[in-house]
Design a protein around this ligand. Structure first.
Ligand SMILES: [Cu+2]
Length: 298
């Protein structure tokens, strides 16, 4: 029993560090190829690293700060309709702060912590950028510029920002808020939960059936108005003509299906139009014959 306990305690001791870090650490594996650009084979990348050069307007480094930012699908759970998120949506630092960001990607895909709007003389493309492919940790350092300004931080992988991976970093008091920061500012495009997709599909089906019924009614309505008005009231959507039209349609359908077998859509349309014209001619002839037969009251 004692042996069993000591074995399980040993196992626990060894498993704790393994559980604590189940992601790869890029730091130390990166190849520095100048201009603050570092990369490794496992998909780790740092761009715009700057730990030494003071931005213009900074006399000295005001503060040295370190933050850890997590990124992943699970952090979007509290933002309905979003897919990805950072664990923090808003950052605030004093101007001229030397900031080290430890970025931990918890998903089995690529994520980035990309900051925009930095002075281009110091940061190529005005960016500071950390990227991690799959569950891994990557770190980078920059020195924030002076002045009150709000910087955009996002993941630049296609659609990841739109799906929630967006934050803002305020230096000093910042200069306003950015839109669509989950949990911080209103979305530019609001989600609409009023109609669900199955409801929309049922409505479209009903509309299509109504249109088809109307088309049949129009097709079989005789061009000459009957002398006697239909007995069915006008406000009813199902008229006698519709019923007759549907009945004729149902009777003709199998015959026409056989007739149209092997014909192209254009041929079918031409055939139907010709059929209508012939029937119309016959109808006019038949009515004029009837008219002649009626003795005039003179
Ligand atoms: Cu991403």
């Amino acid at each position: 029993m004692v042996k069993l306990l000591s074995v399980s305690m040993l196992l626990m001791l060894f498993s704790v560090p393994v559980l604590a870090q189940d992601y790869e650490d890029h730091d130390g594996m990166l190849m520095n190829h100048g201009d603050g650009h570092l990369m490794d084979m496992a998909g780790g990348m740092v761009m715009g690293q700057n730990a030494d050069n003071l931005p213009g307007g900074c006399d000295r480094i005001s503060e040295t700060k370190e933050i850890t930012v997590h990124a992943g699908h699970k952090y979007a759970e509290k933002f309905p309709g979003r897919m990805f998120a950072f664990d923090t949506q808003e950052f605030n630092f004093k101007p001229c702060t030397k900031l080290t960001v430890h970025f931990i990607n918890e998903d089995n895909i690529r994520h980035q912590w990309m900051m925009h709007g930095l002075p281009k003389y110091l940061y190529p493309k005005g960016m500071f950028h950390l990227e991690a492919s799959g569950p891994s940790k990557i770190s980078g350092t920059l020195i924030l510029p002076p002045g009150d300004k709000t910087y955009l931080v996002h993941c630049d992988i296609a659609q990841h920002m739109e799906k929630g991976m967006k934050a803002q970093l305020k230096v000093g008091k910042g200069d306003g808020d950015l839109p669509s920061i989950p949990g911080v500012t209103a979305y530019v495009v609001a989600d609409d939960y009023k109609a669900t997709l199955p409801e929309l599909a049922i409505k479209a089906e009903a509309d299509a059936a109504k249109a088809a019924k109307a088309a049949v009614a129009v097709a079989v309505t005789p061009p000459v108005k009957p002398a006697v008005k239909a007995a069915v009231p006008e406000e009813s959507s199902i008229t006698g003509v519709t019923v007759i039209g549907l009945a004729i349609g149902l009777l003709l359908a199998p015959l026409l299906a056989r007739k149209f077998k092997g014909m192209s859509a254009a041929e079918v349309v031409a055939y139907v139009l010709d059929l209508f014209r012939t029937s119309f001619d016959l109808l006019v002839k038949w009515i004029s014959t009837l008219m002649k037969m009626i003795p005039s009251k003179k």
